[in-house]
Design a binder for this molecule. Sequence first.
Ligand code: FCB
Length: 443
Amino acid sequence: MSGQHISRQEFPDDFIFGAATSSYQIEGTKLGTAGPSHWDDFAKRGGTVNNSNGDIACAHYEKWPEDLDLIKNAGMTAYRFSTAWPRIQPEGKGKPLTDGLDFYDKVIDGCLARGLEPHLTLYHWELPLALSEKGGWQTGDTAKYFADFAAIIAGRYGDRLSSIATINEPWCVAWLSHFLGHHAPGLTSLEAGVKSMHNILLAHGLGMEAIRNECDVNAGIVLNMEFGAIDSDKDEDIRARDLFDGIYNRWFIDAIFKGTYPDNVMEYFAPHMPEGWQEDMKAISQPIDWLGLNYYTRNFISDDGTGVFPFAKSHKGDLPKTSMNWEIYPEGLEFFLNRISAEYSKDIPIYVTENGMAWHDNVIDGNVEDDLRCEFFQVHLEAVKSAIENGVNVKGYFAWSLLDNFEWAFGYEERFGIVHVDFETQERTPKKSYYMLQNMLTS
Ligand code: FCB
């Protein structure tokens, strides 16, 4: 990897740099008033390291002014955050709670007062437990309740926001959580997985309609993509890799931009699709104003020899890895930016809404020397720059994450922040990567 320093001037003037977080990972659900979510339940059932949960997290519910100051002082001009549905509607439906509404008023006005563009994501994974118990994303009803929630948020804050995203990473919401079982609700059922793969898109579609009815904010969705590499030319390995790519990287974007699902995946999904799914495709494929791409890594995919769908196992290549054993492969980011532009839409404004890496960082004499993370940002920003030079309409980049936080199933073990958090004292310590970005953005 090159150690060269990339400068602000190498990006277009209107390109925005920001930091991203999500509500459950930082706010602290025991601070203020919030109903339980399926993540609280999943943590209790042993789904996370040490049964850790988001009860306190980074106490951002109280420390938000300090956190917004950190973003501003980094020289960034944008903040991507999400709204906790159970803080607004503890049961997932009904009258919104004043406490929750007031909190996001403060955060949004706090952004504007600091010259930060607020970019809001409606759903970054904490489904109200009451809805989860009624089938969650396995049912279309949840999508309808989500649209009501979207209307509340868009109606209240829409005119102050720079953008709204309906859903963060539908692949994680559906496949990772209902088929692979790694995230709440922790199911491992093909049928639950497939139903969720469609219903989360229905939620996006109905959510878009609800937002459009309330305000004229820029509305879109955030998709995550992972590069499916291959080191074989055997037919069965190619089949496994193409199915991986279909489920992970094509399912959602095909539906949104083309109104169809990939044939190779439908061959196996068809028997499990919700009844009447075809009628939802119009809402799902309505135009969006922008697209968010979250990118982290690649995996090599090959046939697992079981003869059972989705036939795939994965292994790592020999590139440097993060503490989560994720390979650092910036070419994948450039690949997806180019693919979106070439195969889906040349004009759609694309924002890299998450990119970053985990490391087991320590504060030593007041400093955190996260050199590998500095390098990580450099090489991924280079990749974004090449895509822009190639004509791709990339408009912004958000580092994941502002703070070390609750990293889902990994609890507090994996640190993604550009700012270190001491979870005992809640003290924030900017890392070397924070100062590197600050230097890049302010010099
Ligand atoms: C993404 C999630 C985000 C964070 C990063 C590491 O999949 O959107 O909340 O956990 O991964």
